[in-house]
Design a protein around this ligand. Structure first.
Ligand SMILES: [Fe+2]
Ligand SMILES: [Fe+2]
Length: 298
């Protein structure tokens, strides 16, 4: 797409369309409360979840995953709130509401594959947070889960272009971002961040999503952006890309690159051996959760 006037027109149309996307309709009143009001009480959050049995079931599945390593099964929302904490539960509720809102419909995209990539990425992000001792205020799960939400916006609101993007990826062995720039003039991370900003999502989450392909540009929340960046890459390396035909990735795509240097400079212990050990750990973690959390959206 060479003509800059045409690109500008397309981008304008995209921005206008995004501005017209309504807020999350499902339990939207509650979601709005969760997003706008910092004074929401634990009791209120508990009530919101209890009124929504499928949401409650997902939350309990999550808290009972091997990740938390609990000896006894948690069966009440009240207890889950104690274990996960208010912020984490709030972010889980937001993430699951987004998942319900966007269900890919065209044949070009396999929704199960998309959400498997997303749920694995959310778990890997949490895993990395723990592994690297990074302060996690519940944003890693949410950012990991919805990092590619912009792709669903394109899929749902720009179906023709979405088909062209998939074709472009397959014919040119390109990445999503390369194809999106070529066909739309904007990328899924720009679109996703714009939508979340419009929905008043926590700024940290919006920024982590905006920078999930280029954390080196993020001057404020780079630890979180690096975590989401790495979890996306590691998820792909374990064989769970969004699209089957997407470029395969391996450790060689990151080791000894300038990105690798940047990550290490930011305090992440990620030399070759540590990276390989981390990847093995993630493979084992995914295998352990295969029939549990990873099936949440099947
Ligand atoms: Fe992405
Ligand atoms: Fe992704």
């Amino acid at each position: 797409m060479k003509n800059s006037a045409t690109v500008e027109k397309k981008v304008d149309r995209i921005v206008q369309t995004i501005e017209q996307i309504p807020t999350l309709p499902i339990i939207s009143e509650h979601i709005q409360t969760l997003l706008k009001d910092d004074d929401v009480s634990v009791k209120q959050l508990e009530e919101i979840i209890e009124k929504d049995p499928p949401l409650a079931a997902k939350l309990l599945k999550l808290v009972n995953s091997s990740f938390y390593g609990l000896l006894n099964k948690i069966s009440s929302i009240e207890h889950a709130l104690v274990i996960l904490g208010f912020k984490e539960v709030r972010n889980v509720v937001l993430g699951f509401s987004i998942q319900r809102h966007f269900t890919p419909s065209t044949g070009a995209f396999d929704p199960k594959r998309f959400w498997k990539h997303s749920i694995i990425c959310s778990q890997v992000a949490k895993y990395l947070g723990k592994h690297f001792n990074a302060m996690d205020d519940g944003t890693f799960f949410l950012s990991g889960l919805i990092h590619d939400i912009g792709k669903l916006v394109i899929e749902q609101y720009f179906q023709d272009e979405f088909g062209e993007i998939i074709d472009y990826i397959e014919k040119n062995n390109a990445t999503f971002s390369q194809a999106e720039k070529e066909i739309l003039g904007v990328t899924h991370y720009q679109i996703g961040a714009k939508l979340l900003q419009q929905w008043h999502f926590p700024k940290k989450v919006t920024m982590q999503i905006f920078y999930h392909h280029a954390p080196w540009h993020d001057k404020n929340y780079s630890t979180g952006s690096i975590i989401v960046y790495l979890s996306n890459i590691l998820t792909k390396m374990t064989g769970y890309a969004c699209l089957e035909s997407e470029q395969k990735m391996g450790p060689e795509d990151i080791l000894n690159t300038s990105v690798h240097d940047f990550i290490i400079k930011n305090g992440f212990e990620l030399e070759k051996e540590s990276f390989e050990a981390l990847l093995t750990g993630i493979h084992e973690f995914i295998a352990a959760e295969q029939n549990n959390v990873l099936k949440l959206f099947d």
